[in-house]
Design a protein around this ligand. Structure first.
Ligand SMILES: Cc1ncc(COP(=O)(O)O)c(C=O)c1O
Length: 464
């Protein structure tokens, strides 16, 4: 493997991206015409030419999520070692569905997951697997909770239950749960939106009230989803209270730590994740704050037997298990064919070490604090509270959509619009370990300039 060549290409790419635009400016027709004019698949083309063309398309026609001023939706800059891992995996094309087909891949994944499970405070016999992402991990959690509560669910389906299971989560929880409720047959109305407090954290008293109400109506309170780092505001639900309530009431406690879970490796931040160790299951995406390329989610479950039941499969064409202790992932997870996605996290962890990861995560957290300080110092108002680097803010007289349009047109930074309590606000997340203090100070200065222009010329022209 030519590590030095990949390293040098990667460095050149980072340099080009940093100097180039963050936002693409292209229409679907432009891309479709380009593709149709060059590719008919009728005969062979020169590989070098095709690769150069595809690179141009990627360089010009996408949001550059690895740009240091992409302050976005948890899409990270990626470590060199994780990129090398993806190349290695494509070279060897390991199939991880069964242990026998890739003993090395399966054991490397297991080793990596066991390490992270122990950081979360899970028992040694907990079971974990890599997923495509957080949505698949959340789906696994709901299927596991149903199987645990209703052993007959797998064979006879929801229709055989004499009751209707209900899932509790806050308005701030990830919207994958709506699709999951639909896909599992629970139905979208099985979701109960629990109230939040002033800091957007799930209110345990409202949760208890909703559970009592549902039981009185003959429904079955199944699980509570606590989020560790909500998508909009980066908020952490009160995990210790939710965990002890679930234990007391016999509900499955799932913690969706898709983004925030990585903070467990930081000595400065892990205190905020206290309570996660009591979860029945956890979602954590390495392709978010562990800074590896897409397609690297993780699902952790305290109840191995439940997953063995939930995803059991018996196919004579699959190679058998070599020993009792070697599980075949196709029999304990949603997927069948399985890419070796865990190598990205393994290689990156092995190269940087836990301390290196803590430094990356704490650097991003510091940049978040710095940006918050500067915004407040220049008159902006924060509308979220979190120790993590997600900032939601606005100011009196601001026209949020116009301001965002200016930031886009002038290629200042990728930030998004969010709604908090019905109010449109700006959301920025430090999602790149390459974002520097200079970047955040410059972005705040530019936002101040845009705001001043907006106030000086209200609703005139395209500019703020
Ligand atoms: C809290 C949370 N959970 C789950 C997901 C879904 O993860 P994925 O996009 O990896 O499927 C996201 C995505 O941003 C998220 O923020």
């Amino acid at each position: 493997m030519v590590i030095d060549e990949i390293r040098s290409e990667f460095a050149k790419l980072q340099d080009r991206l940093q100097k180039g635009p963050i936002f693409p400016n292209v229409t679907p027709e432009e891309i479709r015409n380009h593709l149709a004019s060059r590719y008919s698949f009728c005969g062979p083309l020169d590989l070098q030419t095709i690769v150069a063309d595809v690179e141009q398309m990627l360089a010009n026609w996408q949001v550059q999520v690895t740009h240091p001023r992409y302050l976005g939706l948890f899409n990270p800059s990626v470590t060199l070692s994780s990129v090398i891992a993806d190349v290695l995996v494509a070279f060897y094309n390991p199939q991880l569905a069964s242990w026998r087909t890739s003993p090395a891949g399966n054991e490397i994944e297991r080793f990596t997951l066991d390490w992270l499970a122990s950081r979360f405070g899970f028992p040694q016999d907990a079971i974990a697997n890599f997923t495509n992402g957080g949505a698949e991990a959340n789906l696994s959690a709901v299927i596991a909770a149903l199987t645990h509560a209703f052993p007959s669910y797998g064979d006879n389906g929801l229709a055989s239950l004499m009751t209707a299971p209900v899932i509790y989560l806050s308005e701030e929880a990830h919207h994958s749960f709506s699709k999951i409720a639909h896909m599992t047959g629970l139905g979208r109305h099985a979701l109960r939106i629990v109230a939040t407090d002033a800091q957007l954290r799930m209110d345990p008293q409202d949760l208890a009230r909703r559970v009592v109400e549902d039981r009185r109506r003959g429904l079955f309170p199944l699980m509570v989803v606590g989020t560790c780092g909500t998508t909009t505001a980066g908020v952490i639900d009160p995990l210790p209270e939710l965990g002890s309530y679930c234990r007391q009431e016999g509900l499955w406690f799932h913690v969706d730590a898709a983004w925030g879970g990585a903070a467990i490796v930081s000595p400065q931040l892990r205190q905020h994740l206290a309570g996660i160790e009591a979860a029945d299951s956890i979602t954590c995406d390495a392709h978010k704050w562990f800074s590896v390329p897409m397609g690297c989610g993780m699902f952790f479950c305290r109840h191995p037997e439940t997953l063995v039941q939930a995803f059991r499969a018996d196919a004579s064409y699959m190679p058998g298990r070599p020993t009792e202790s070697a599980r075949d992932p196709y029999t304990t997870t949603v997927q069948w064919s399985r890419r070796f996605v865990g190598l990205k996290l393994f290689l990156s962890l092995a190269q940087h070490g836990e301390a290196g990861y803590a430094a990356m995560i704490e650097q991003q957290t510091r940049m978040g604090h710095r940006m918050r300080e500067c915004l407040i110092g220049s008159g902006w108002r924060m509308v979220n509270t979190t120790p993590l680097p997600v900032l939601c803010f606005t100011r009196d007289g601001l026209d949020v959509p116009r301001c965002l349009a200016s930031m886009r047109e002038q290629q200042i930074a990728w930030v998004s619009e969010a709604r908090i309590g019905g109010e449109p606000v700006i959301r920025a997340c430090i999602s790149s370990f390459r974002t520097t203090e200079q970047d955040v100070l410059w972005v705040v200065d530019e936002m101040n300039r845009i705001f001043r222009q907006q106030v000086a010329s209200p609703a005139v022209g395209k500019e703020c």
